[in-house]
Design a protein around this ligand. Structure first.
Ligand code: ARG
Length: 458
Protein backbone atom coordinates (compact mmCIF):
# COMPACT_ATOMS: atom_id res chain seq x y z
CA UNK A 1 0.00 0.00 0.00
CA UNK A 2 1.28 3.45 -0.89
CA UNK A 3 2.15 5.88 1.88
CA UNK A 4 -0.79 8.02 0.75
CA UNK A 5 -3.37 5.24 0.51
CA UNK A 6 -5.65 6.34 3.37
CA UNK A 7 -8.40 7.90 1.28
CA UNK A 8 -8.40 5.17 -1.36
CA UNK A 9 -10.49 2.01 -1.52
CA UNK A 10 -8.50 0.38 -4.29
CA UNK A 11 -4.83 0.15 -5.08
CA UNK A 12 -3.44 1.61 -8.31
CA UNK A 13 -3.51 -0.59 -11.37
CA UNK A 14 -0.22 -2.43 -11.83
CA UNK A 15 0.40 -0.72 -15.15
CA UNK A 16 -0.34 2.81 -13.91
CA UNK A 17 1.81 2.13 -10.87
CA UNK A 18 4.77 1.54 -13.15
CA UNK A 19 3.72 4.29 -15.51
CA UNK A 20 3.53 6.87 -12.74
CA UNK A 21 6.69 5.85 -10.92
CA UNK A 22 9.82 7.96 -11.12
CA UNK A 23 11.90 5.57 -9.03
CA UNK A 24 13.96 4.19 -11.96
CA UNK A 25 15.26 7.71 -12.55
CA UNK A 26 15.19 9.43 -9.17
CA UNK A 27 16.90 6.63 -7.27
CA UNK A 28 20.06 8.26 -8.62
CA UNK A 29 19.32 11.03 -6.10
CA UNK A 30 19.27 8.76 -3.04
CA UNK A 31 22.19 10.49 -1.34
CA UNK A 32 20.55 13.88 -1.76
CA UNK A 33 17.21 12.53 -0.54
CA UNK A 34 18.81 11.04 2.56
CA UNK A 35 20.80 14.22 3.27
CA UNK A 36 17.57 16.27 2.96
CA UNK A 37 15.73 13.96 5.36
CA UNK A 38 18.56 14.04 7.85
CA UNK A 39 18.64 17.84 7.82
CA UNK A 40 14.85 18.05 8.12
CA UNK A 41 14.77 15.64 11.08
CA UNK A 42 17.58 17.46 12.90
CA UNK A 43 15.78 20.75 12.40
CA UNK A 44 12.44 19.32 13.59
CA UNK A 45 14.18 18.14 16.78
CA UNK A 46 15.97 21.48 17.27
CA UNK A 47 12.59 23.23 16.98
CA UNK A 48 10.95 20.80 19.43
CA UNK A 49 8.59 19.41 16.79
CA UNK A 50 9.88 15.86 17.25
CA UNK A 51 11.87 14.32 20.08
CA UNK A 52 15.65 14.33 19.94
CA UNK A 53 15.57 10.54 20.32
CA UNK A 54 13.38 10.28 17.24
CA UNK A 55 15.76 12.46 15.24
CA UNK A 56 18.67 10.30 16.39
CA UNK A 57 16.83 7.13 15.38
CA UNK A 58 16.01 8.68 12.01
CA UNK A 59 19.64 9.64 11.51
CA UNK A 60 20.83 6.11 12.29
CA UNK A 61 18.13 4.52 10.16
CA UNK A 62 18.97 6.76 7.21
CA UNK A 63 22.63 5.92 7.53
CA UNK A 64 21.81 2.22 7.36
CA UNK A 65 19.69 2.78 4.25
CA UNK A 66 22.43 4.79 2.58
CA UNK A 67 24.93 2.03 3.24
CA UNK A 68 22.62 -0.61 1.84
CA UNK A 69 21.97 1.43 -1.34
CA UNK A 70 25.72 2.10 -1.65
CA UNK A 71 26.32 -1.64 -1.46
CA UNK A 72 23.59 -2.37 -4.02
CA UNK A 73 21.67 -4.36 -1.40
CA UNK A 74 18.62 -2.13 -1.07
CA UNK A 75 15.50 -3.76 -2.49
CA UNK A 76 13.94 -1.06 -4.66
CA UNK A 77 10.23 -1.63 -5.15
CA UNK A 78 8.46 0.09 -8.04
CA UNK A 79 5.34 0.21 -5.87
CA UNK A 80 7.05 2.87 -3.77
CA UNK A 81 6.73 5.22 -6.75
CA UNK A 82 9.76 7.38 -6.05
CA UNK A 83 12.97 7.58 -4.04
CA UNK A 84 11.29 9.69 -1.36
CA UNK A 85 8.70 7.07 -0.49
CA UNK A 86 11.13 4.19 -1.01
CA UNK A 87 13.45 5.56 1.67
CA UNK A 88 10.68 6.57 4.04
CA UNK A 89 8.93 3.22 3.81
CA UNK A 90 12.02 1.19 4.61
CA UNK A 91 12.99 3.64 7.35
CA UNK A 92 9.62 3.32 9.03
CA UNK A 93 9.64 -0.46 8.67
CA UNK A 94 13.00 -0.39 10.42
CA UNK A 95 12.53 2.15 13.23
CA UNK A 96 8.75 2.42 13.58
CA UNK A 97 7.01 5.62 14.75
CA UNK A 98 10.13 7.79 14.64
CA UNK A 99 10.32 7.10 10.90
CA UNK A 100 6.64 7.90 10.51
CA UNK A 101 7.30 11.33 12.11
CA UNK A 102 9.94 12.30 9.54
CA UNK A 103 7.44 13.68 7.05
CA UNK A 104 6.06 16.22 9.56
CA UNK A 105 5.89 19.66 7.96
CA UNK A 106 7.26 18.37 4.67
CA UNK A 107 5.87 17.30 1.32
CA UNK A 108 7.39 15.37 -1.52
CA UNK A 109 6.96 18.60 -3.44
CA UNK A 110 9.60 20.49 -1.48
CA UNK A 111 11.53 17.26 -1.00
CA UNK A 112 11.93 16.58 -4.72
CA UNK A 113 12.82 20.20 -5.41
CA UNK A 114 15.50 20.01 -2.70
CA UNK A 115 16.91 16.72 -3.98
CA UNK A 116 16.97 17.92 -7.57
CA UNK A 117 18.78 21.12 -6.62
CA UNK A 118 21.41 19.27 -4.61
CA UNK A 119 21.82 16.80 -7.48
CA UNK A 120 22.06 19.57 -10.07
CA UNK A 121 24.79 21.27 -8.02
CA UNK A 122 26.78 18.07 -8.01
CA UNK A 123 26.35 17.55 -11.75
CA UNK A 124 27.47 21.13 -12.40
CA UNK A 125 30.59 20.68 -10.26
CA UNK A 126 31.52 17.47 -12.10
CA UNK A 127 30.98 19.10 -15.47
CA UNK A 128 33.06 22.12 -14.50
CA UNK A 129 35.95 19.82 -13.54
CA UNK A 130 35.75 17.97 -16.89
CA UNK A 131 35.50 21.29 -18.69
CA UNK A 132 38.70 22.54 -17.04
CA UNK A 133 40.53 19.35 -17.90
CA UNK A 134 39.64 19.61 -21.60
CA UNK A 135 40.63 23.28 -21.62
CA UNK A 136 44.02 22.29 -20.23
CA UNK A 137 44.42 19.80 -23.07
CA UNK A 138 43.60 22.52 -25.62
CA UNK A 139 46.16 24.89 -24.09
CA UNK A 140 48.76 22.12 -24.00
CA UNK A 141 48.22 21.40 -27.72
CA UNK A 142 48.39 25.11 -28.49
CA UNK A 143 51.71 25.34 -26.65
CA UNK A 144 53.13 22.14 -28.10
CA UNK A 145 52.67 23.47 -31.64
CA UNK A 146 53.29 27.13 -31.06
CA UNK A 147 54.38 28.75 -34.33
CA UNK A 148 52.68 26.24 -36.64
CA UNK A 149 50.91 28.12 -39.43
CA UNK A 150 47.68 26.84 -40.94
CA UNK A 151 45.12 28.31 -43.30
CA UNK A 152 42.38 30.28 -41.56
CA UNK A 153 38.98 29.90 -43.21
CA UNK A 154 35.85 31.85 -43.87
CA UNK A 155 33.09 30.13 -45.85
CA UNK A 156 35.38 27.09 -45.66
CA UNK A 157 37.61 28.86 -48.21
CA UNK A 158 41.22 29.77 -47.51
CA UNK A 159 41.18 33.27 -46.03
CA UNK A 160 44.28 34.31 -44.09
CA UNK A 161 47.05 32.34 -42.40
CA UNK A 162 46.64 31.82 -38.66
CA UNK A 163 48.55 30.03 -35.96
CA UNK A 164 47.29 26.54 -35.14
CA UNK A 165 47.59 27.62 -31.50
CA UNK A 166 45.18 30.47 -32.19
CA UNK A 167 42.69 28.01 -33.64
CA UNK A 168 42.95 25.73 -30.58
CA UNK A 169 42.57 28.68 -28.25
CA UNK A 170 39.35 29.73 -29.99
CA UNK A 171 37.86 26.54 -28.56
CA UNK A 172 39.46 27.26 -25.21
CA UNK A 173 37.48 30.52 -24.95
CA UNK A 174 34.23 28.91 -26.08
CA UNK A 175 34.65 26.34 -23.34
CA UNK A 176 35.58 29.05 -20.86
CA UNK A 177 32.15 30.58 -21.48
CA UNK A 178 30.62 27.13 -20.99
CA UNK A 179 32.27 27.04 -17.59
CA UNK A 180 30.66 30.39 -16.74
CA UNK A 181 27.28 28.98 -17.82
CA UNK A 182 27.75 25.85 -15.70
CA UNK A 183 28.62 28.01 -12.71
CA UNK A 184 25.49 30.08 -13.33
CA UNK A 185 23.44 26.86 -13.38
CA UNK A 186 25.14 25.84 -10.11
CA UNK A 187 24.21 29.17 -8.54
CA UNK A 188 20.63 28.90 -9.77
CA UNK A 189 20.33 25.53 -8.03
CA UNK A 190 22.04 26.74 -4.88
CA UNK A 191 18.87 27.95 -3.13
CA UNK A 192 16.94 25.82 -0.65
CA UNK A 193 13.21 25.22 -1.21
CA UNK A 194 12.97 22.92 1.84
CA UNK A 195 10.24 24.07 4.21
CA UNK A 196 7.92 25.18 1.44
CA UNK A 197 6.00 21.94 2.08
CA UNK A 198 3.30 21.06 -0.47
CA UNK A 199 2.79 24.60 -1.75
CA UNK A 200 1.99 27.00 1.05
CA UNK A 201 4.52 26.51 3.85
CA UNK A 202 3.39 24.87 7.10
CA UNK A 203 2.06 25.59 10.56
CA UNK A 204 5.12 24.02 12.22
CA UNK A 205 7.85 26.35 13.41
CA UNK A 206 10.34 25.22 10.78
CA UNK A 207 13.78 26.79 10.72
CA UNK A 208 14.40 26.95 7.00
CA UNK A 209 17.73 28.68 7.41
CA UNK A 210 18.95 25.77 9.50
CA UNK A 211 18.17 23.10 6.89
CA UNK A 212 19.50 25.32 4.12
CA UNK A 213 22.79 25.71 5.99
CA UNK A 214 23.09 22.03 6.88
CA UNK A 215 22.57 21.11 3.22
CA UNK A 216 25.13 23.64 2.06
CA UNK A 217 22.73 25.92 0.20
CA UNK A 218 23.76 29.55 -0.26
CA UNK A 219 20.23 30.83 0.41
CA UNK A 220 16.51 30.08 0.65
CA UNK A 221 13.66 30.48 -1.82
CA UNK A 222 11.32 33.41 -1.15
CA UNK A 223 7.96 32.02 -2.23
CA UNK A 224 6.65 28.54 -1.47
CA UNK A 225 4.47 28.33 -4.61
CA UNK A 226 7.40 29.23 -6.81
CA UNK A 227 9.77 27.02 -4.81
CA UNK A 228 7.90 23.77 -5.45
CA UNK A 229 7.22 24.40 -9.12
CA UNK A 230 10.38 26.15 -10.27
CA UNK A 231 12.65 24.09 -12.51
CA UNK A 232 14.60 26.99 -13.98
CA UNK A 233 17.75 25.59 -12.42
CA UNK A 234 17.39 22.44 -14.50
CA UNK A 235 16.69 24.50 -17.60
CA UNK A 236 19.87 26.44 -16.85
CA UNK A 237 21.77 23.17 -16.55
CA UNK A 238 20.20 21.83 -19.77
CA UNK A 239 21.05 25.06 -21.56
CA UNK A 240 24.65 25.06 -20.33
CA UNK A 241 24.96 21.44 -21.51
CA UNK A 242 23.35 22.14 -24.88
CA UNK A 243 25.62 25.10 -25.64
CA UNK A 244 28.69 23.18 -24.58
CA UNK A 245 27.68 20.21 -26.76
CA UNK A 246 27.17 22.62 -29.65
CA UNK A 247 30.74 23.86 -29.11
CA UNK A 248 32.08 20.31 -28.99
CA UNK A 249 30.19 19.48 -32.17
CA UNK A 250 31.95 22.32 -33.96
CA UNK A 251 35.32 21.03 -32.81
CA UNK A 252 34.27 17.51 -33.84
CA UNK A 253 33.35 18.71 -37.28
CA UNK A 254 36.82 20.19 -37.73
CA UNK A 255 38.49 17.08 -36.35
CA UNK A 256 36.52 14.97 -38.82
CA UNK A 257 37.51 17.24 -41.72
CA UNK A 258 41.11 17.59 -40.58
CA UNK A 259 41.59 13.84 -40.31
CA UNK A 260 40.33 13.25 -43.87
CA UNK A 261 42.92 12.58 -46.58
CA UNK A 262 41.85 15.82 -48.26
CA UNK A 263 43.11 17.80 -45.28
CA UNK A 264 45.49 15.48 -43.45
CA UNK A 265 46.04 18.17 -40.80
CA UNK A 266 45.79 15.74 -37.92
CA UNK A 267 46.04 12.02 -37.28
CA UNK A 268 43.82 10.72 -34.53
CA UNK A 269 45.26 8.21 -32.14
CA UNK A 270 44.15 4.61 -32.74
CA UNK A 271 42.59 4.83 -29.30
CA UNK A 272 40.13 7.41 -30.62
CA UNK A 273 39.36 5.81 -33.99
CA UNK A 274 37.60 2.73 -35.23
CA UNK A 275 37.89 0.48 -38.26
CA UNK A 276 35.43 -0.84 -40.78
CA UNK A 277 34.02 -4.36 -40.81
CA UNK A 278 34.42 -4.56 -44.58
CA UNK A 279 37.04 -2.01 -45.70
CA UNK A 280 40.35 -3.07 -44.22
CA UNK A 281 42.04 0.30 -44.79
CA UNK A 282 39.50 2.42 -42.92
CA UNK A 283 40.29 4.49 -39.86
CA UNK A 284 37.19 6.40 -38.90
CA UNK A 285 36.82 9.36 -36.52
CA UNK A 286 33.82 7.61 -34.95
CA UNK A 287 34.01 9.28 -31.58
CA UNK A 288 34.08 12.78 -32.99
CA UNK A 289 31.05 11.85 -35.07
CA UNK A 290 29.33 10.37 -32.05
CA UNK A 291 29.83 13.52 -29.99
CA UNK A 292 28.53 15.56 -32.92
CA UNK A 293 25.50 13.26 -33.05
CA UNK A 294 24.82 13.31 -29.31
CA UNK A 295 24.55 17.08 -29.51
CA UNK A 296 21.11 16.62 -31.04
CA UNK A 297 19.90 14.65 -28.06
CA UNK A 298 21.16 17.16 -25.53
CA UNK A 299 19.51 20.04 -27.40
CA UNK A 300 16.38 17.86 -27.28
CA UNK A 301 16.70 17.56 -23.50
CA UNK A 302 16.63 21.36 -23.22
CA UNK A 303 13.72 21.80 -25.60
CA UNK A 304 11.85 18.92 -23.95
CA UNK A 305 11.92 20.53 -20.50
CA UNK A 306 11.08 23.98 -21.88
CA UNK A 307 7.97 22.55 -23.49
CA UNK A 308 7.08 20.59 -20.35
CA UNK A 309 7.24 23.79 -18.31
CA UNK A 310 5.29 25.86 -20.79
CA UNK A 311 1.85 26.90 -19.48
CA UNK A 312 2.15 24.87 -16.26
CA UNK A 313 -0.12 26.44 -13.66
CA UNK A 314 1.08 26.86 -10.08
CA UNK A 315 2.07 25.00 -8.09
CA UNK A 316 3.29 21.37 -8.25
CA UNK A 317 1.95 19.29 -11.13
CA UNK A 318 2.95 15.75 -11.93
CA UNK A 319 4.26 17.00 -15.29
CA UNK A 320 7.26 18.17 -13.29
CA UNK A 321 8.30 14.57 -12.78
CA UNK A 322 9.45 14.65 -16.42
CA UNK A 323 12.20 17.11 -15.47
CA UNK A 324 14.98 14.92 -14.19
CA UNK A 325 15.44 12.32 -16.90
CA UNK A 326 16.44 14.83 -19.54
CA UNK A 327 18.62 16.90 -17.24
CA UNK A 328 20.51 13.85 -16.01
CA UNK A 329 20.88 12.63 -19.58
CA UNK A 330 22.16 16.02 -20.73
CA UNK A 331 24.69 16.23 -17.90
CA UNK A 332 25.92 12.64 -18.21
CA UNK A 333 26.18 12.92 -21.98
CA UNK A 334 28.17 16.14 -21.78
CA UNK A 335 30.42 14.67 -19.08
CA UNK A 336 31.25 11.66 -21.27
CA UNK A 337 31.79 13.86 -24.32
CA UNK A 338 34.14 16.19 -22.43
CA UNK A 339 36.17 13.23 -21.19
CA UNK A 340 36.30 11.72 -24.67
CA UNK A 341 37.31 14.99 -26.31
CA UNK A 342 39.98 15.56 -23.68
CA UNK A 343 41.71 12.31 -24.62
CA UNK A 344 41.15 12.80 -28.32
CA UNK A 345 42.85 16.21 -28.28
CA UNK A 346 45.66 15.05 -26.04
CA UNK A 347 46.54 12.07 -28.23
CA UNK A 348 46.00 13.51 -31.71
CA UNK A 349 49.05 14.08 -33.90
CA UNK A 350 49.30 17.47 -35.56
CA UNK A 351 50.78 17.32 -39.05
CA UNK A 352 52.47 20.69 -39.17
CA UNK A 353 53.80 20.17 -42.70
CA UNK A 354 50.34 19.48 -44.14
CA UNK A 355 48.96 22.61 -42.52
CA UNK A 356 51.76 24.77 -43.87
CA UNK A 357 51.45 23.18 -47.32
CA UNK A 358 47.77 24.13 -47.48
CA UNK A 359 48.45 27.60 -46.11
CA UNK A 360 50.62 28.24 -49.16
CA UNK A 361 47.63 27.68 -51.42
CA UNK A 362 44.73 30.02 -52.02
CA UNK A 363 46.44 33.42 -52.06
CA UNK A 364 46.42 33.81 -48.29
CA UNK A 365 48.74 36.82 -48.62
CA UNK A 366 46.25 38.81 -50.71
CA UNK A 367 44.92 40.96 -47.87
CA UNK A 368 48.45 41.82 -46.79
CA UNK A 369 49.45 42.80 -50.31
CA UNK A 370 46.44 45.12 -50.45
CA UNK A 371 47.40 46.50 -47.02
CA UNK A 372 50.93 47.06 -48.39
CA UNK A 373 49.53 49.35 -51.08
CA UNK A 374 47.12 51.06 -48.69
CA UNK A 375 49.96 51.79 -46.28
CA UNK A 376 51.80 53.45 -49.19
CA UNK A 377 48.84 55.77 -49.71
CA UNK A 378 46.53 53.99 -52.13
CA UNK A 379 42.89 53.95 -50.92
CA UNK A 380 42.15 50.43 -49.63
CA UNK A 381 39.30 49.87 -52.11
CA UNK A 382 41.64 50.63 -55.02
CA UNK A 383 44.33 48.41 -53.52
CA UNK A 384 41.76 45.62 -53.18
CA UNK A 385 41.02 45.90 -56.90
CA UNK A 386 44.72 45.85 -57.88
CA UNK A 387 45.41 42.73 -55.85
CA UNK A 388 42.23 41.12 -57.16
CA UNK A 389 43.64 41.57 -60.66
CA UNK A 390 46.96 40.05 -59.57
CA UNK A 391 45.13 37.01 -58.19
CA UNK A 392 43.31 36.69 -61.51
CA UNK A 393 46.67 36.83 -63.28
CA UNK A 394 47.99 34.07 -61.03
CA UNK A 395 44.96 31.93 -61.69
CA UNK A 396 45.46 32.27 -65.43
CA UNK A 397 49.12 31.32 -65.09
CA UNK A 398 48.39 28.63 -62.57
CA UNK A 399 50.79 30.07 -60.01
CA UNK A 400 50.67 31.75 -56.63
CA UNK A 401 51.35 35.37 -55.64
CA UNK A 402 54.91 34.62 -54.56
CA UNK A 403 55.65 33.14 -58.00
CA UNK A 404 55.04 36.54 -59.65
CA UNK A 405 58.02 38.61 -60.70
CA UNK A 406 58.60 42.11 -59.33
CA UNK A 407 57.78 43.41 -62.82
CA UNK A 408 54.35 41.79 -62.64
CA UNK A 409 53.74 43.66 -59.40
CA UNK A 410 55.12 46.91 -60.78
CA UNK A 411 52.92 46.58 -63.85
CA UNK A 412 49.91 46.44 -61.54
CA UNK A 413 51.02 49.44 -59.47
CA UNK A 414 53.96 51.81 -59.29
CA UNK A 415 53.83 51.57 -55.53
CA UNK A 416 55.23 48.03 -55.46
CA UNK A 417 58.89 47.74 -54.54
CA UNK A 418 61.18 44.80 -53.82
CA UNK A 419 60.14 44.83 -50.16
CA UNK A 420 56.92 43.17 -51.39
CA UNK A 421 58.76 39.83 -51.24
CA UNK A 422 58.87 39.80 -47.44
CA UNK A 423 55.20 40.80 -47.45
CA UNK A 424 54.39 37.45 -49.05
CA UNK A 425 56.00 35.34 -46.36
CA UNK A 426 53.32 33.48 -44.38
CA UNK A 427 55.26 33.59 -41.18
CA UNK A 428 55.62 37.39 -41.35
CA UNK A 429 51.99 37.78 -42.35
CA UNK A 430 50.94 35.99 -39.17
CA UNK A 431 53.57 37.76 -37.07
CA UNK A 432 52.27 41.14 -38.20
CA UNK A 433 48.79 40.56 -36.76
CA UNK A 434 49.61 42.19 -33.49
CA UNK A 435 46.06 43.28 -32.63
CA UNK A 436 45.03 42.25 -29.13
CA UNK A 437 43.24 38.92 -29.65
CA UNK A 438 44.77 38.52 -33.10
CA UNK A 439 46.80 35.61 -34.43
CA UNK A 440 50.26 37.24 -34.30
CA UNK A 441 52.83 35.28 -32.31
CA UNK A 442 53.07 37.97 -29.65
CA UNK A 443 49.30 38.37 -29.35
CA UNK A 444 48.89 34.59 -29.03
CA UNK A 445 51.59 34.51 -26.36
CA UNK A 446 49.56 37.09 -24.41
CA UNK A 447 46.46 35.00 -25.05
CA UNK A 448 48.14 31.88 -23.67
CA UNK A 449 49.08 33.80 -20.55
CA UNK A 450 45.49 34.94 -20.11
CA UNK A 451 44.30 31.38 -20.64
CA UNK A 452 46.59 30.14 -17.89
CA UNK A 453 45.29 32.88 -15.61
CA UNK A 454 41.69 31.88 -16.28
CA UNK A 455 42.49 28.22 -15.68
CA UNK A 456 44.07 29.17 -12.39
CA UNK A 457 40.79 30.86 -11.41
CA UNK A 458 38.54 28.00 -12.58
N1 ARG B 1 8.13 11.70 -7.99
C1 ARG B 1 7.77 13.07 -7.93
C2 ARG B 1 8.61 13.89 -8.91
O1 ARG B 1 9.62 13.42 -9.36
C3 ARG B 1 7.95 13.61 -6.56
C4 ARG B 1 6.93 14.60 -6.12
C5 ARG B 1 5.60 14.02 -6.18
N2 ARG B 1 4.59 14.78 -5.54
C6 ARG B 1 3.36 14.51 -5.70
N3 ARG B 1 2.52 15.19 -5.05
N4 ARG B 1 2.95 13.58 -6.53
O2 ARG B 1 8.27 15.01 -9.25
Amino acid sequence: MALWSGRFEQGVDAFTQRFGASLPIDKAMYKQDIAGSRAHANMLAAQGVIATDDAAAIGKGLEKIERSIDAGEFAFDINDEDIHMAVEKVLTADIGDAGARLHTGRSRNDQVATDARLFAKELCSELMAHNVSLRRALVAKAEEHFGTVMPGYTHMQHAQPVLFSHHMLAYFWMLTRDHVRLKAAFDAADVSPLGSAALAGTTYPLDRAMTAAELGFAGMTENSLDAVSDRDFLLDLDYACAVSMMHLSRLCEEIILWSSSEFGFITLSDKYSTGSSIMPQKKNPDFAELIRGKTGRVVGDLVGLLVTMKALPLAYNKDLQEDKGGAIDAAHTLADCLVCMDGMIETMRVNEGAMLEQAKKGFLAATDVADYLAKKGMPFRAAHEVVGNLVLLCEKRGCDLDDLALDDFKAASELFDDDIVSELDLESIVEARTTYGGTGHEAVRVQLERAHGVLERD
